[in-house]
Design a protein around this ligand. Structure first.
Ligand code: SF4
Length: 336
């Protein structure tokens, strides 16, 4: 437990400023995320130093495809999330603390996390699985130590954070894969318990601050799969971020409260890839499609295969110095 950042007293209550919910929290109560609590008029993070997961993952699992391909990332999470997506695939840990539930996890100091990353040969630490915004204080402390030891810091985030929270963490981040779950306010409200606009603002802020950004959209049959909505997402990425920002369209499978919908059909994912390409995006990827080429990176100019992937494994990387080895076109990303 540690005193939180970004909060203020509000009469007899405290107000958390970490994310757009801006929770006003009474004595002994927690905010919507369930991991920040008012104790005697001070806001505390209940998850500082309490990771519930620590794993070595391929960076491709985040997914990040243009950021140190083939490298390992020390991946951590605490319980808690500031959204409540009805299709969450990690709901057992993301939703656990809501409504006063347990804060689980072993006590691990930031130094130990960084030691674990170095000792396991990782080149980065990923703050992932749940929403790192809600364990911002822990992520900040780790990321400062990590950078001093030559490690990169990676967020895998829903992007639902306040501007001043982004200002705090962005200088320490090297990459961020942000979920852009939909381009509809009603989807964010009804399916996720949040709103769209702050996510778009975070994406633009990350880009402006020089963090390498990739975007992921989970395509859910009937909820966010119209060509019109997919085109709006692709056009936002191209127009407001850049045409070289990778877009990952990924496969929904029934989970948590959305077990009544089918898994995403292969044709639907292929359609989403085509929508992205038609909108002018250079790199559009679809994961979880066996026997396909949708996980590979191709040169947008000469079309040659540059990075060959099979699931999370990289079997060939011909980008080398950040250029296509065939036609010397610059391939945007962080390659070494
Ligand atoms: S981080 Fe948690 S407590 Fe703070 S505003 Fe967001 S949901 Fe509320």
């Amino acid at each position: 437990m540690k005193e939180a950042l970004l909060w203020e007293k509000s009469a007899a209550l405290v107000r958390c400023r970490l994310c757009p919910h801006g929770c006003t929290i009474g004595e002994g109560r927690r905010g919507i995320c369930g991991v920040r609590e008012n104790r005697n008029g001070t806001l505390y993070s209940l998850v500082w130093g309490r990771p519930c997961a620590m794993h070595v993952d391929p960076i491709e699992k985040k997914p990040l495809y243009h950021f140190l391909p083939g490298s390992s990332s020390y991946s951590i999470a605490t319980v808690g999330c500031n959204l409540r997506c009805r299709h969450c695939q990690n709901w057992q840990i993301s939703q656990m603390p809501r409504n006063g539930g347990d804060i689980t996890g072993e006590e691990v100091m930031p130094e130990k996390i960084v030691d674990g990353a170095v000792e396991s040969g990782c080149t980065s630490i990923s703050y992932t699985y749940t929403e790192p915004t809600v364990y911002m204080e822990y992520a900040l402390d780790i990321s400062r130590l990590a950078a001093a030891r030559g490690l990169k810091n990676v967020f895998v985030s829903n992007g639902y954070m306040a501007e001043e929270a982004l200002d705090l963490i962005a200088p320490h981040l090297h990459a961020d894969n942000v979920d852009l779950k939909s381009f509809s306010e009603s989807f964010y409200r009804d399916v996720c318990g949040g709103s769209l606009e702050p996510v778009l603002r975070t994406l633009k802020g990350l880009k402006r601050m020089g963090v390498w950004v990739e975007v992921t959209t989970l395509i859910i049959p009937t909820l966010n799969d119209s060509v019109d909505e997919l085109r709006q997402i692709a056009e936002f990425i191209k127009g407001e971020l850049a045409d070289h920002v990778p877009w990952h369209v990924s496969r929904f499978h029934p989970d948590f409260e959305l077990t009544g919908l089918p898994a995403t059909d292969r044709l639907l994912l292929e359609k989403a890839v085509q929508v992205g390409k038609d909108a002018g995006l250079k790199y559009v990827y679809a994961g979880n499609l066996p026997h396909g080429s949708y996980e590979n990176t191709y040169c947008p100019r000469c079309g040659k295969l540059l990075v060959e992937r099979h699931g999370f494994a990289v079997s060939a990387n011909r980008v080398g110095d950040g250029r296509c080895q065939h036609c010397r076109t610059s391939i945007e990303g962080v390659w070494e």
